[in-house]
Ligand binder design. Structure first.
Ligand code: HEM
Length: 86
C-alpha cells in the first residue's frame, strides 16, 4: 500500500481536483524488508505521515512487525522515514 500511495492515491486526488496539493511521497524499496519514504510538502506535516504509516500497520494487525523510524528532523518540508518489516 505504501509503495502505491503516490500514484494510486495522492496522484488520483490531484488528478481529480487540481486545487488539492497532497504531499509528494517517494517510496523506495530497499531489499525485501525495508522501505524509505521520502516526504516533500511545504506544509511540513511529516509527523502526520508517520502516524498514517503506523495506523495502516495497526489496521492490518501488523503493528508488532512494522517499525517506523524518522531519519531526518520531522518538522522540515523534506523528511526521510524508514519503515522496517520483520
Ligand atoms: C488511502 C490512501 C490515501 C489517500 C486517499 C490520501 C488522500 C489525501 C488527501 C485528499 C490529502 C489532502 C490534500 C489536499 O487537501 O491538498 C492528503 C494529505 C496528506 N497525506 Fe494522504 N492519502 C493517502 C495515504 C497517505 C499515506 C500512506 C501517507 C503517509 C505515508 C499520507 C500522508 C499525507 C500527509 C502527511 C498529508 C498532509 C498534507 C501535506 O503534508 O502536505 N497519505 N492525503
Amino acid at each position: 500500500m505504501l509503495l502505491n500511495t503516490e500514484l494510486a492515491m495522492h496522484g488520483a486526488v490531484k488528478a481529480q481536483d487540481r486545487r488539492t496539493s497532497p504531499p509528494i511521497l517517494l517510496v523506495t524499496k530497499k531489499g525485501s524488508k525495508q522501505l524509505i519514504v521520502d516526504y516533500y510538502s511545504k506544509r511540513k506535516m511529516a509527523g502526520v505521515a508517520v502516524g498514517i504509516i503506523r495506523g495502516i500497520a495497526r489496521y492490518y494487525h501488523e503493528s508488532d512487525r512494522v517499525k517506523v523510524t524518522r531519519l531526518t528532523p520531522i518538522g522540515e518540508s523534506r523528511v526521510q522515514i524508514k519503515v522496517d518489516f520483520t
